[in-house]
Design a protein around this ligand. Structure first.
Ligand SMILES: O=C(O)CCC(=O)C(=O)O
Ligand SMILES: [Mn+2]
Length: 221
C-alpha cells in the first residue's frame, strides 16, 4: 500500500507536510474487477436522490446524486437537511471489516455520491458536522471515472494539494483535517464517464452504535 500522491499542477504532494499526517491515499485498494462490479451494482441498486441543499441562502438541487446509508437511527444533518439512513446495501456492508482494519477506526454510515459526468461536482467544504466529533476519520472509496480531488488550508488558501482519485482508490482523512482544511471535487470538462464515491463516517450518537461488532476502543468508551 502506498500513500504517495503524484505532484499535479505544481501543488505539493499529499505525502509531504502539512498533508501527510492528515491525508493518506491508498491507490488500488479495491482490485479493478471488484471495483468495476461494485460500480455496476451500486449504480443499479442504490436508491439515488437529488438532495436539496442550501447554498448562499437559497435551496438548490445538489449537483450530483446521493444516498445516505447506514445503521438504523444514524441521522445526518448536512447543508440544512436531516437525512434518515437507507439500510446498508449488502455489498457495501461487506466492505466494512477490511475498511475498518485499514483505517483503524469504526464506521456506522456512508454518504454515497454519484457524479453523472465531469459536470457534476462537490464544492469546497469540510466534513465538520458536530455529530462526526472533533477529529473524524473519513474513509473515501472511489469507483468509476478518475477525478481531481483538491485540498486547501482554511487559514491560507494558497496552501493546497491535489491528486487524481481513480477506480478502487481509498483516501483517508483524519486528525484535525476537517478543522483546518477544506476539500472539493471540481468539475472536469473532459470527463464523460460516471463516478461513484463512498465516504464512510462514524456518527457518534448513542442510538447509532454498531450492533454486529464491538472490537474498537472507540465503541467501548
Ligand atoms: O467525491 C469525493 O471524492 C468527495 C466526497 C466528499 O467530500 C463528501 O462526501 O463529503
Ligand atoms: Mn467531504
Amino acid at each position: 500500500m502506498s500513500n504517495a500522491c503524484d505532484l499535479l499542477g505544481g501543488e505539493p504532494a499529499l505525502s509531504r507536510a502539512p498533508w501527510n499526517e492528515r491525508v493518506a491515499l491508498m491507490s488500488g485498494w479495491l482490485v479493478a474487477d471488484a471495483a468495476h462490479s461494485l460500480l455496476n451494482l451500486l449504480r443499479d441498486e442504490v436508491p439515488w436522490t437529488v438532495h436539496r441543499i442550501r447554498m448562499f441562502g437559497r435551496w438548490v438541487d445538489s449537483p450530483r446524486l446521493s444516498c445516505w446509508m447506514g445503521e438504523p437511527g444514524v441521522r445526518y444533518r448536512y447543508s440544512g437537511t436531516t437525512f434518515e439512513p437507507e439500510p446498508w446495501h449488502p455489498a457495501i456492508h461487506a466492505l466494512l471489516p477490511g475498511l475498518e482494519s485499514a483505517c483503524g477506526a469504526p464506521f456506522n454510515s456512508v454518504l454515497i455520491n454519484r457524479y453523472r459526468s465531469g459536470g457534476d461536482y462537490m464544492g469546497w467544504h469540510s466534513d465538520d458536522e458536530p455529530e462526526l466529533g472533533p477529529e473524524p476519520v473519513i474513509a473515501s472509496i472511489s469507483l468509476g471515472a478518475a477525478r481531481r480531488f483538491v485540498l486547501r488550508m482554511k487559514a491560507d488558501h494558497a496552501c493546497k494539494a491535489e491528486c487524481m482519485l481513480a477506480i478502487g482508490d481509498l483516501l483517508v482523512m483524519r486528525g484535525d483535517c476537517q478543522r483546518v482544511a477544506q476539500h472539493a471535487l471540481p468539475k472536469m470538462a473532459g470527463v464523460k464517464g460516471e463516478r461513484i464515491n463512498l465516504t464512510f463516517r462514524w456518527v457518534g450518537c448513542r442510538a447509532a452504535r454498531r450492533t454486529d461488532r464491538r472490537d474498537f476502543a472507540a465503541e467501548k468508551t
